[in-house]
Design a protein around this ligand. Structure first.
Ligand SMILES: Cc1ncc(C[n+]2csc(CCOP(=O)(O)OP(=O)(O)O)c2C)c(N)n1
Ligand SMILES: [Mg+2]
Length: 368
C-alpha cells in the first residue's frame, strides 16, 4: 500500500514537473513595460476610442454570455475570447469594410467589433430564430455576410483553405480586398493549413494568415505538440513573410495587420502573423483548467489589452473621465438590450431546418 501511494506521489510530482510552462512572451518585450513606457500616441483619438469601446463591448458581452450559460439560457458549445480582444479590434482598424474575415469557433468578438447587432449574436447563442444564423449555428457559427464575416468554423484549421479561397476570389475578381484568415495554435499542424500556405505563396494570394497563439489547444500546451514553439517560423518554410506580434497590445496588432494588408494589396502575396495572446477563461464552458496554474493566469492578466489601451488613453488625455464613463454605460445598455432581445425572440420553426441548406436553389443532388 505504502509503495502504491509512493508510486502515485512520484508519478504526480513527475507530471507536475513535466507540465510545460508556457513561455510565449519570454523572448518578447513585456507588453506591460511597453505600455508603461509608451506615452507616444501613434493614432487618432477616434482610433483609441474605438479600440477601447469595441474591446469593452466584447468583454462585457462575453461575461454576460458566461453567466447566461451558467443559467442554461445558452447551451451547447461556447468558447469565450476574453483576454484576446486586441487580436480582433487591432485588426479591424487596420482593414477596410470591404476586406473579408474568417476564423474558428471562438468567434463572438470579431462580428461585435465589425458592427453586427449584439442582439442578433446573443439570439444566436440562445438558438433563437432572430440569431445571425437563424438559431441553427449557435456560438461556433456566427456569420454576417453584410459585414464580410464568413464565420465561425468548428473544425480546427478548416477555415484556412476556405480563407485562401476567399482571397483567391478577390484577386480573380480584380478587387484590392484582402482576406484575414485566423486560426488557433492548435490548427497549425493540420495538413490543410500547410497546403493553403503553399498555394497562397504560389498564387501570391491577398491573404493574411493569423495564428492566435494563446498557448493552449484545449488543455495541451504548444510545447507538448510542436517542436517549433515560435509558430510564426512555420511560415518561413514557405518563404512567406512571417512575424510574431504582441497580441495583447492593440497597437501592435494594428501595425502588423496594416503592413500585411499593404503587402497583399501591392500584389506581393500572403503574410503569416503569430499573435501571442492568452485566454483568461477556460477553453470552453466546461474546462476545469488543470493544465495551468492560477498564478499563470494572473500573470497574463497584467497584460490585459483593455487596461493597456485605457492607460494610454488616460496618460495622453485622449478621452475625459466623463467620456470613459459614457462608454461604460453605453456598453452596459447594449449588452442588456441584447439579452432582452434574445429572451423575447421566438424559437426557430422545426421545418426551417430544411431551409438555407444550399445556396443554389436548384442544387442537382437534392432529392424531392
Ligand atoms: C479537426 C478537429 N480536431 C479536433 C477538434 C476538437 N477540438 C476542438 S477545439 C480544439 C483545440 C484547438 O485549439 P486552438 O487551435 O489553439 O484554438 P483555441 O481554442 O485556443 O482558440 C480541438 C482539438 C476539432 N474541432 N476539429
Ligand atoms: Mg490555442
Amino acid at each position: 500500500m505504502a509503495n502504491y501511494l509512493l508510486g502515485i506521489l512520484i508519478f504526480r510530482s513527475g507530471l507536475l514537473y513535466l507540465r510545460p510552462k508556457i513561455a510565449h512572451f519570454d523572448q518578447y518585450p513585456m507588453a506591460k513595460k511597453t505600455a508603461a513606457a509608451k506615452t507616444k500616441v501613434n493614432y487618432s483619438k477616434e482610433t483609441y476610442a474605438f479600440w477601447y469601446e469595441s474591446m469593452l463591448l466584447m468583454r462585457r458581452f462575453e461575461e454576460k454570455a458566461g453567466q447566461l450559460y451558467g443559467q442554461q439560457k445558452i447551451r451547447g458549445f461556447c468558447h469565450l475570447y476574453i483576454g484576446q480582444e486586441a487580436c480582433a479590434s487591432g485588426a479591424i482598424t487596420a482593414l477596410t469594410k470591404d476586406d473579408k474575415w474568417i476564423t474558428a469557433y471562438r468567434c463572438h468578438a470579431h462580428p461585435l467589433g465589425l458592427g453586427t447587432d449584439p442582439g442578433a449574436i446573443m439570439a444566436e447563442l440562445f438558438g433563437k430564430a432572430t440569431g445571425t444564423t437563424k438559431g441553427k449555428g449557435g456560438s461556433m457559427h456566427i456569420f454576417d455576410k453584410e459585414r464580410n464575416f464568413m464565420g465561425g468554423h468548428g473544425i480546427v484549421g478548416a477555415q484556412i483553405p476556405m480563407g485562401l479561397g476567399v482571397a483567391f476570389a478577390e484577386k480573380y475578381a480584380g478587387t484590392k480586398n484582402v482576406c484575414i484568415a485566423k486560426m488557433g495554435d492548435g490548427a497549425v499542424r493540420q495538413g490543410a493549413v500547410h497546403e493553403a500556405f503553399n498555394l497562397a505563396m504560389i498564387y501570391k494570394s491577398p491573404v493574411i494568415f493569423v495564428i492566435e497563439n494563446n498557448g493552449y489547444a484545449m488543455g495541451t500546451s504548444v510545447a507538448r505538440t510542436s517542436n517549433v514553439t515560435e509558430l510564426y517560423k512555420i511560415g518561413e518554410a514557405y518563404d512567406m513573410p512571417s512575424f510574431p506580434v504582441d497580441g495583447m497590445n492593440v497597437e501592435a496588432v494594428h501595425e502588423a495587420v496594416a503592413e500585411a494588408a499593404a503587402r497583399a494589396r501591392r500584389g506581393d502575396g500572403p503574410t503569416l502573423l503569430e499573435f501571442r495572446t492568452y485566454r483568461f477563461k477556460g477553453h470552453s464552458m466546461s474546462d476545469p483548467q488543470k493544465y495551468r496554474s492560477k498564478e499563470e493566469v494572473e500573470e497574463y492578466k497584467e497584460r490585459d489589452p483593455i487596461e493597456q489601451v485605457l492607460a494610454t488613453i488616460r496618460e495622453n488625455q485622449l478621452m475625459t473621465e466623463a467620456e470613459i464613463e459614457g462608454v461604460i454605460k453605453k456598453v452596459k445598455s447594449q449588452v442588456d438590450e441584447a439579452v432582452k432581445f434574445a429572451e423575447a425572440s421566438p424559437w426557430p420553426d422545426g421545418m426551417d431546418a430544411f431551409n438555407d441548406v444550399y445556396v443554389q436553389e436548384d442544387y442537382p443532388f437534392v432529392m424531392e
